[in-house]
Design a protein. Sequence first.
Length: 148
Amino acid sequence: MDTFFTIYFSVLGLILIVNLIYRLIVFMKGEDKDWQLELASDVLNWCLDMYPIRKQKPLLTLVEGESNLAGEYCFYNNSITIYRDNNVIRRELINTVIHEYFHYYLITSESKSKLYHDQLQQFSLAQHPQEILCNSLSKTLTKRYLNK
């Protein structure tokens, strides 16, 4: 009889552990079909409310596929592109949207866009002055967004 209870409770414990792991994965990846778009839109709207700069908000696009980037801002078509595969955890997605929002916030003219790209030739991405600023802001504001 002791063997039966040992096996029974071992199997029951294993099922509970698997269930906890599944719930953790669902929590981290999101339950909704397009949770990334909903969350990214909410974060973008939050940034626009907190730090308004222009009347026309940037176009937000989430794309599938491989990229070395988590996201990017293009001044010429006023768009923020988020790469889904590189933002599978909620905190990463929030951080990326805030980071790209501040590129939108800082690059308000063609000359500023050119300056960003010229500095990209001078500095590594890690040492780029605007990247340092956007990284700092996104790190701090991601915590603030999550606490709201």
